[in-house]
Design a protein around this ligand. Structure first.
Ligand SMILES: Cc1cc2nc3c(=O)[nH]c(=O)nc-3n(C[C@H](O)[C@H](O)[C@H](O)COP(=O)(O)OP(=O)(O)OC[C@H]3O[C@@H](n4cnc5c(N)ncnc54)[C@H](O)[C@@H]3O)c2cc1C
Ligand SMILES: NC(=O)c1ccc[n+]([C@@H]2O[C@H](COP(=O)([O-])OP(=O)(O)OC[C@H]3O[C@@H](n4cnc5c(N)ncnc54)[C@H](O)[C@@H]3O)[C@@H](O)[C@H]2O)c1
Length: 442
């Protein structure tokens, strides 16, 4: 049993923990990081990145479909095992790359579950690690539901490792993951059921755009079971029978629970060291400080009032280290944050929501981009809604379009730099491109 001493200890090697570790090292601190599962955390191993690789094939099919009878012939289809092998080749390279990065930077690392024994000491296997300050970045895990037959269901990580796409799949939850995976499965050839207890999907997004996405997915064949929950799942003749609260039953091949995620705060012995947490995460103040002043929480596991996405974890990781080394004393101030649902097309939004903008009496530009060349060529029903405040500044945007994740970044810049519509149009962007479409707003 060894005992080791550090300036800063970090628990969790996802985007948040790694950002903190590299920043601490850069600022001359002796740093240790602990991971119990996959180095790199959720996003590159069983989250954003593998999902976006699967989406590449989906986009290929969608683009080909858009050109059907418009000069492109032949039917494409997804070879799921081959696509999975391509995804896996990316994922297999993640851990070696992360480990090499840590080793090259001189950041010590431990593999195993970290648990606090007191405010400064953490155990990992049989080692005891002491650090003056601790940063908790342990992320979230899929929320479990409880109904008879829950053991027959699977989670989002299992979906991203699915060896074959079954004929019929079901997702419980109409949030980011349910919608993104339903779209992938449908284009990969499965009949898809999507169950959500809400009346609408993607409740945090512009309802006009989510309705548009819902209609498009329904037309493509996704069957929605809204305002419903699962009562039970039973195994029947090698398939699964799902019963819903409205009494409907249907047969499916696989059921995935995509009904939100819960923090991993409950696995660290935090009760013992008086660090308070609740279902929404570890309680932090505006300095990301927990109820113990030398222990901080960042990324998905912190209950900071921001979306649980990678760029937030990165931002918090760098901020919190500067706080610890006294480079800053100011509360955390987030720049405008973009969120994206990766369907085909995507929905993206940033800044003031369109609903809030309308409530505040702001000007809302609602632009059908379907005829502009960038979107016309994909036969894409692109739509952009921009909120402009009383002084003429762009304060928010919602986008429904292919590559909305790129387009939204222009609005992020416009909002952060407090630009008016005219300011953005003063730039000359390459034509035809996503950027050049700015000039068509008025
Ligand atoms: C399917 C899916 C798709 C997603 N897509 C996107 C996307 O497109 N864009 C986006 O921005 N975000 C996306 N996200 C969210 C994104 O993955 C998370 O916001 C991000 O990974 C959070 O980073 P984190 O460092 O806070 O936590 P994580 O990445 O979850 O890392 C936490 C790490 O801590 C480790 N850990 C936990 N407990 C302990 C312990 N006691 N001891 C040691 N180690 C521990 C875990 O094993 C894990 O590796 C997606 C998530 C999922 C599930
Ligand atoms: N593109 C991205 O940035 C991206 C993609 C995937 C995940 N994520 C992150 O992961 C988090 C988790 O994603 P998620 O989709 O699991 O959660 P979510 O919170 O986005 O959606 C959960 C959905 O499940 C529904 N639900 C909850 N309990 C239910 C029940 N018993 N029966 C039926 N429906 C139920 C909710 O009404 C909601 O619609 C997101 O909040 C986000 O932070 C981000």
């Amino acid at each position: 049993m060894g005992e080791y001493q550090y300036d800063i200890g970090i628990i969790g090697s996802g985007p948040a923990g790694l950002a903190a570790a590299f920043e601490a090292k850069r600022l001359g601190k002796k740093v240790v990081i602990v991971e119990m599962y996959r180095w790199g955390g959720t996003c590159p191993n069983y989250g954003c990145d593998p999902k976006k690789i699967l989406l590449s094939a989906v986009e290929g099919i969608r683009r080909a479909q858009a050109m059907d009878s418009r000069g492109l012939e032949g039917r494409l289809q997804i070879n799921w095992p081959e696509l999975m092998a391509y995804k896996q080749a990316y994922v297999d390279a993640v851990e070696p790359r992360k480990l090499a990065g840590l080793d090259q930077a001189g950041i010590d690392r431990y593999y195993g579950q970290a648990q606090f024994i007191d405010g400064n000491h953490v155990t990992v296997n049989s080692d005891v690690i002491q650090a003056a300050d601790w940063i908790i970045a342990v992320g979230q895990r899929p929320r479990q539901l409880s109904f008879p037959g829950i053991e027959l269901t699977q989670d989002s990580e299992a979906f991203l490792n699915l060896s074959d796409m079954p004929a019929d799949v079901t997702f419980i939850g109409g949030g980011y993951i349910g919608i993104e995976f339903a779209n992938i499965s449908q284009v990969a050839g499965a009949k898809v059921h999507l169950i959500s207890r809400g009346q609408n999907i993607l409740r945090e997004f512009d309802p006009e755009l989510t309705a548009q996405m819902q209609t498009q997915m329904r037309k493509a064949g996704v069957e929605y079971h809204l305002q419903n929950e699962v009562v039970k799942v039973i195994s029947k003749s090698g398939r699964l029978q799902v019963t819903l609260t409205d009494g409907e039953t249907f047969m499916t091949d696989k059921v995935f629970v995509t009904a939100g995620r819960v923090g991993n705060a409950d696995r660290l012995n935090l009760e013992k060291i008086n660090v308070d947490f609740e279902a929404s995460g570890i309680i932090v103040d505006e300095h990301l400080q927990t109820t113990q002043p030398h222990i901080f929480a960042i990324g998905d596991v912190a209950n900071s009032p921001v979306p649980k996405i990678v760029p937030v974890g990165n931002f918090e990781g760098r901020y919190v280290v500067r706080q610890i080394v006294h480079q800053t004393k100011t509360p955390i101030v987030y720049p405008t944050l973009p969120v994206v649902v990766f369907g085909t097309p995507r929905i993206a939004q940033t800044g003031v929501s369109i609903v809030t903008a309308e409530g505040n009496g702001y000007r809302v530009l609602d632009i059908d981009m379907g005829q502009v060349i960038t979107f016309y060529r994909y036969h894409d029903q692109a739509r952009i809604r921009v909120a402009i405040n009383q002084s003429g500044h762009i304060v928010g945007a919602s986008v429904f379009a292919a590559e909305a994740e790129e387009l939204i970044n222009y609005f992020v810049t416009a909002i952060n730099e407090k630009r008016t519509l005219e300011d953005t149009q003063a730039n000359i962007y390459a034509y035809p491109s996503l950027g050049s479409e700015f000039s068509s707003f008025y």
